[in-house]
Design a protein around this ligand. Structure first.
Ligand code: ATP
Ligand code: MG
Length: 197
């Protein structure tokens, strides 16, 4: 008898900081698509932007935000790999770590639009199934992809971005209820986003 293959979601992001928009998207994808697990993968050095906080702060905030959910896990593969993070490397590393799983890459409406800029785009489609989740304020523009490789998923609309949370923290405005409580406390404890100290 062959064992059932696992379906494992992969949620990449800068997570600077992680917020409820990310968590709702992952939770909705897990439930709708019948995923066994979702792995959050904080990026190392993204090719398109420079994170404000260190990889270690972003990793720890992601761990704090996901710790209570038995289906959520966090991987260090991107932050531990030197150099720029490319999604193809993330997927190749995860595929070898999870040989018995089918990978499902979850990405927001804005991020999937950058898919064509990904390294070795032609080879990416065989590594995972791609899910573009709806995101308020962003029009979903699907890149050209082989038939059946990208699907769209409507998730509860939370108009939250890390950029907005960083400005709120810098201006001393409340960030409660936009990010999990533990993340509010972690940001305060380490004085993150205060004039990029
Ligand atoms: P920043 O403003 O720094 O770019 P962000 O809020 O866009 O931060 P990212 O870490 O860039 O967060 O996003 C990681 C992934 O989560 C991306 O695929 C992004 O599209 C998706 N995402 C982020 N916020 C939301 C949201 N509110 N609803 C749905 N998807 C989201
Ligand atoms: Mg973003």
């Amino acid at each position: 008898m062959t064992a059932k293959r696992l379906r494992v979601g992969v949620m990449g992001g800068t997570f600077d900081p992680i917020h409820h928009g990310h968590l709702v998207a992952a939770s909705e994808a897990a439930s709708t698509l019948g995923l066994d697990e979702v792995i959050f993968v904080p990026t190392g050095q993204p090719w398109h932007k420079k994170p404000v906080s260190s990889a270690e702060h972003r990793y720890l905030m992601t761990v704090i935000a996901t710790a209570a959910n038995p289906q959520f896990n966090v991987s260090r593969i991107d932050i531990d790999r030197p150099g720029t993070t490319y999604t193809i490397d993330t997927l190749r590393d995860l595929a070898s770590q999870y040989p018995d799983a089918d990978l499902v890459f979850i990405s927001g409406a804005d991020a999937i639009a950058q898919i064509l800029a990904w390294k070795e785009i032609d080879q990416i489609w065989s590594l995972a199934e791609f899910i573009a989740v709806s995101r308020p304020g962003h029009v979903l523009e699907l890149p050209e992809a082989p038939e059946g490789t990208i699907s769209v998923l409507e998730v509860p609309a939370l108009s939250i971005s890390s950029t907005n949370i960083r400005s709120r923290a810098e201006e001393d405005k409340p960030i409660w209820y936009l990010v999990p409580d533990g993340v509010v406390q972690y940001i305060a404890k380490h004085q993150l986003y205060r004039g990029n100290k």
